[in-house]
Design a protein around this ligand. Structure first.
Ligand SMILES: [Fe+2]
Length: 189
């Protein structure tokens, strides 16, 4: 596979995520590992992990557990590229290796009944994550946000570890107050 830093991260992340099944505990013990990993990103990121496309931010798979219990991606954000409003339905730990990743949060005003309609969202604050920063999220209540890079900033690259294969997530139509599960593509390593 790759460098020692990545192998160590994968092995420790697998152990800790098995040990800590509560998502809030899990991200607590995984975030420091991500802090170390991004420091060594230059030792294992290859040109294929920096693939980008003009039409959308790009997700490049770095590692997938054989039982799909963990996945690690490099996300490449060209200026002006954003996600839709979404939540992941699982925990995640994110570390920034290049540029500034912007996160704009949404706050759910309507009760979270697991329904896909009648969802009232208000815009919340933003966070600017520079290279070296680590953030995380947990489900229930869902962490609803948009992430990306405004047109005036340069490319950002971030590493994303999830507690499953992140091949679909929930996207929201804020005006309509609805959400739906949508497939999200990635490039294989
Ligand atoms: Fe997200």
């Amino acid at each position: 596979m790759a460098s020692g830093a990545l192998e160590t991260f994968i092995s420790q992340a697998a152990t800790r995520s098995r040990e800590w099944t509560e998502p809030a505990d899990c991200v607590l013990v995984l975030a420091p590992l991500m802090l170390d990993l991004i420091e060594h990103a230059g030792t294992f990121l290859r040109p294929q992990h920096y693939r980008s496309e003009p039409g959308s931010y790009t997700r490049n798979l770095i590692y997938r557990a054989s039982d799909d219990s963990l996945s690690l991606y490099a996300l490449v954000w060209l200026p002006g590229q954003w996600t839709p409003v979404h939540d992941h339905g699982s925990w995640g730990v994110v570390g920034v290796v290049e540029g500034v990743l912007e996160e704009r949060s949404y706050v759910r005003l309507s009760p979270d009944r697991g329904a896909n309609e009648g969802i009232e969202l208000a815009r919340g604050g933003i966070v600017l994550l520079r290279s070296g920063a680590v953030t995380s999220f947990v489900p229930n209540p869902d962490h609803i946000h948009v992430t990306g890079v405004p047109p005036e900033r340069s490319r950002a690259v971030s590493l994303h570890l999830y507690g499953r294969m992140m091949s679909s997530f929930n996207i929201y139509d804020v005006e309509a107050g609805t959400r739906k599960r949508a497939a999200v593509a990635h490039n294989e390593s």
